[in-house]
Design a protein around this ligand. Structure first.
Ligand code: NI
Length: 135
């Protein structure tokens, strides 16, 4: 089994809160991330693909094709957007890094051939990183 990765970046605004909670509870749990006027992150996304190398091409997957799928499914959808306000994926879902990674995984999973295994690493900051492989 071999793995390849395509790295991409996007930036988005978000606010972490639950509309069904009081301001006090949202502030206690989400603190500054609950700022009503939103805040932004420069996200770094790694999409890891594993499978078998095609003996004819020597490729696991043509990274140009992977790049095009990520661009269409993820970057065009989330880059320079307010995740809470602009993106239906987060209308009912708090846009934490965990939930963003899970949404990205689902979108990529639907767009890619089932012969590949996928995992997602999402860097919300230099130090805060989420990994999701669908399990
Ligand atoms: Ni944040």
């Amino acid at each position: 089994m071999i793995k390849v990765c395509r790295r991409s970046t996007f930036n988005s605004a978000h606010r972490l809160f639950r509309p069904d909670w009081s301001d006090e509870k949202n502030n206690a749990v989400f603190d500054k991330c609950n700022n009503p006027n939103y805040h932004g992150h420069n996200y770094t996304l790694e999409v890891w693909v594993s499978g078998e190398v095609d003996p004819e091409t020597g490729y696991l997957i043509d990274l140009k094709i992977l790049k095009t799928i990520i661009q269409k499914e993820i970057i065009d959808r989330f880059d320079h957007r307010n995740l809470n306000l602009d993106c239906p994926e987060f209308e009912q879902l708090n846009p934490t890094a965990e939930n963003i990674a899970a949404v990205i995984y689902r979108l990529m999973r639907e767009a890619m051939d089932k012969k590949y295994e996928l995992s997602i690493t999402l860097w919300e900051t230099e130090n805060n990183i989420v990994y999701f492989d669908g399990k």
